[in-house]
Design a protein around this ligand. Sequence first.
Ligand SMILES: NC(=O)c1ccc[n+]([C@@H]2O[C@H](COP(=O)([O-])OP(=O)(O)OC[C@H]3O[C@@H](n4cnc5c(N)ncnc54)[C@H](O)[C@@H]3O)[C@@H](O)[C@H]2O)c1
Length: 305
Amino acid sequence: MANLVGQVAIVTGSGRGLGREEALDLAANGARVVINDIDLPGAKEAAYETAEDIKNAGGEAIVVLGDCADSNDASALITKTLEAYGDLNIMVNNAGFLRDKTIFSMSDEEFDSVVRVHLRGHFVNMRNATAYWRSKAKDGGLTHGRLISTSSEAVLYGSAGQPNYSAAKAGIVAMTMGAAQLMMRYGVTCNVIMPRAETDMTNSGPTAEMFKAPESGFHQFDPSNVAPLVTYLSSPESARISGEVFIVWGNQVNVLQRPKVLPAHENPNGQEKWSQAALHASLSSHFNDDYRSVLDGFSLPIDQG
Ligand SMILES: NC(=O)c1ccc[n+]([C@@H]2O[C@H](COP(=O)([O-])OP(=O)(O)OC[C@H]3O[C@@H](n4cnc5c(N)ncnc54)[C@H](O)[C@@H]3O)[C@@H](O)[C@H]2O)c1
């Protein structure tokens, strides 16, 4: 068991799905957990159910309802956490929803709402948690700070039906990496998970079949399989791990490498602006006859090409 006794965690969107499992696991490992979900029918009851399940299992939890991307609600979330438990040590940003469409069919509202809930939702809570930890560190009182962000493999694989979601999830990686650099001096770790799980988010649509439980044996897409990594990244044992991105599902965890930058093409004419002819000649050596547009590019993993 990871020893999270005495630590205080917030998990956004923890009424259902991955957030619920992460909250249950953090609590089972000793953390006092603040369950956040949106104050809407269904979500609200789910949040109270997660908290009840934690308490019935002998753990500690409270519910603070609110929109993860609303500045006032996010302020209330951290304020009520501090009022109830006197500290915040673990901030798990998880909440979100989908509005999938291809780029040519997507409305402004579909774009904005998804970017808002994921990217702004991470931003406001990340800002509040890091500001709290920074100020505590300056007073000499910071003992334990862990930030865990939730991205998606949609970032890696150029998810064609999710331009809003994949862009927001890419922004979350970039924002978390910057926070990791800033918070290193305070001993606060900031990491990103890219989970896969069967939840309300994935149990309809084109990939629903893939996520279904098998008739028997290990259900690799059970959302509870993701929770141990979140607990581990929250624990004292992971103190040296920061600025990392993990793919997590089933019985496996992949650590992502940073993208590889190939050697530069340099203008053969020396220190001057490229001419079109020189640029075409130089890049044609890379994009030669063997090259396949898109399939060999940045947007698809090699085994899907
Ligand atoms: N399930 C997967 O395979 C998968 C893959 C990659 C990334 N993710 C990410 O994991 C996270 C959790 O997704 P999930 O699969 O558990 O989905 P889910 O739909 O089961 O759970 C999302 C939760 O967030 C809550 N929520 C939605 N809007 C909110 C808001 N404005 N404020 C507070 N709470 C809000 C919902 O009510 C719900 O409880 C999301 O960020 C999602 O993008 C999931």
